[in-house]
Design a protein around this ligand. Structure first.
Ligand SMILES: O=c1cc[nH]c(=O)[nH]1
Length: 429
């Protein structure tokens, strides 16, 4: 007897299987007898059944604050940071929680059930930290929210940032963050990477730094991050987020850098929606793309996950919480057009990001946590192309969201009445 059976879906690897769920875990992945007993049977015939979406880079303390207290007129990272600094002075814990919980509702309905969110520690009251710790507790039944202690104004620029970042970790924040390219000098940037990696090594924590989010090709803190990862034995536990300067770096230098990253098993999180907006703002033409070297890193075995970064906040005015929007933009900006590259873009918002977050029990194998999403798409590439309806979302063994299949009704003489964006190959009926 299962609590739920999801019948006949196509898994991301192309297998067709039924998934039996019992006590919050996946108990079977095989073709089950039609007469199998289950509390509920969900027909997923012809639909893609995937483990949940994962966003490995987000700012939940700032989400849904767009326009408060004003709009980012220049569209730059620096004005966004200044604007956020103004909002931080006036926001309350309750406001941050309300916005974050509203965002989590959007995320859950879209099958986004694991989020790594940076939380600003440059505030003596640690108000955002308090708020997101409460939100992490409130959503734990359906979303795995991992928090990163992030000194937005710089570990050494802000006089109390170091102390407050350590306090945030003491309060239960999970991961060590930083922003070396925003420190006053390159030397302070390097020192911040060393100090933050040492904190992580002492406490046995993961590291995820905003690293080189600039168009300056001389911003090379990723090199220090790879070095410190090796020196402190943190291999496989460290991530560089953004890495946009790599786009502009000298090719010879990159040919040395990427093997260092691979050797240190440092992962990368590009954020294509936000960085295509923020980067290149000082360029005339040609204007640089705001993206690091994704395919080149993957070719060396470096794990790369797409991050969303921002939804309606001082840095980015749009966004939906749909990781397929992120994959879609990333696919275009990184020119990942080969079939295996398009399919990989789906993995980069699911399994590859789960690996970066060290998520336990993630996947669709027997014994994994019973969290999954049924999509109105036939396979991974179609999912990225259509960004389709999430017909059903199951979190930790419970159905938490259902959506009707989008099926437009046409009234054009000589044309069929129903229009679906799913592609039926000619002659397939
Ligand atoms: O892209 C972003 C968003 C928020 N803060 C940053 O430093 N970078």
């Amino acid at each position: 007897m299962f609590d739920i059976v999801v019948k006949g879906g196509t898994l991301p690897d192309g297998r067709v299987a039924d998934i039996g769920i019992r006590d919050g875990r996946i108990a079977a992945v095989e073709r089950l007898d039609d007469a199998v007993e289950a509390g509920e049977v969900i027909d997923a015939t012809g639909d893609l059944v995937s483990p949940p979406f994962v966003d490995p880079h987000f700012h939940m303390d700032a989400t849904l604050s767009y326009g408060l207290p004003r709009i980012n007129a220049s569209g730059t990272l620096l004005e966004g940071i200044a604007l956020w600094g103004e909002l931080k002075q006036v926001m309350t814990v309750d406001e941050v929680k309300e916005r974050a919980l509203a965002y989590c509702d959007w995320a859950a309905s879209l099958g986004l059930l694991a989020i790594r969110s940076h939380v600003d520690t440059c505030d003596d009251r640690l108000l955002g930290v308090q708020a997101l710790l409460d939100v992490r507790e409130a959503v734990k039944g359906y979303i795995d929210l991992q928090l990163v202690a992030f000194p937005q104004d710089g570990l050494y620029c802000d006089p109390t940032a170091y102390e407050n970042t350590v306090r945030a970790l003491d309060m239960g924040v999970d991961v060590v963050g930083g922003i070396p390219h925003f420190e006053r000098t390159m030397a302070y940037g390097v020192a911040s990477v060393t100090a933050l990696c040492e904190i992580a090594a002492e406490r046995g924590l993961l590291v995820d730094l905003h690293c080189d989010e600039t168009d300056d090709p001389m911003s090379r803190h990723i090199e220090t991050l790879a070095y410190e990862t090796q020196r402190l034995g943190l291999q496989g536990r460290v991530t560089g987020s953004h890495l946009t300067s790599m786009h502009s770096m000298d090719n010879y230098y990159v040919s040395k850098l990427l093997p260092l990253m691979a050797e240190a098993q440092v992962a990368a999180i590009p954020n294509p929606l936000i960085n295509i907006m923020l980067q290149g703002r000082h360029d005339t033409f040609p204007k640089r793309r705001g993206l690091t070297r994704v395919k080149e890193m993957q070719a060396l075995g470096i794990t790369v996950g797409w991050g969303q970064d921002c939804v309606r906040d001082p840095w980015y005015s749009l966004g939906t919480g749909d990781m397929l929007d992120v994959a879609f933009m990333g696919l275009h900006v990184a020119q990942m057009s080969a079939p295996e590259e398009m399919a990989r873009c789906f993995d980069m918002v699911t399994a590859e990001s789960a690996k970066i977050m060290h998520l336990d029990g993630y996947g669709l194998e027997v014994g994994c946590t019973a969290s999954l999403v049924v999509l109105d798409a036939g396979d991974k590439i179609e999912a990225v192309r259509l960004r389709p309806d999430r017909l059903c979302v199951i979190a930790k063994g419970k159905v938490i969201s259902r959506q009707a299949r989008n099926d437009a009704r046409l009234s054009i003489p000589g044309r069929p009445e129903s229009v679906r964006r799913r592609h039926q190959p000619m002659g397939s009926g």
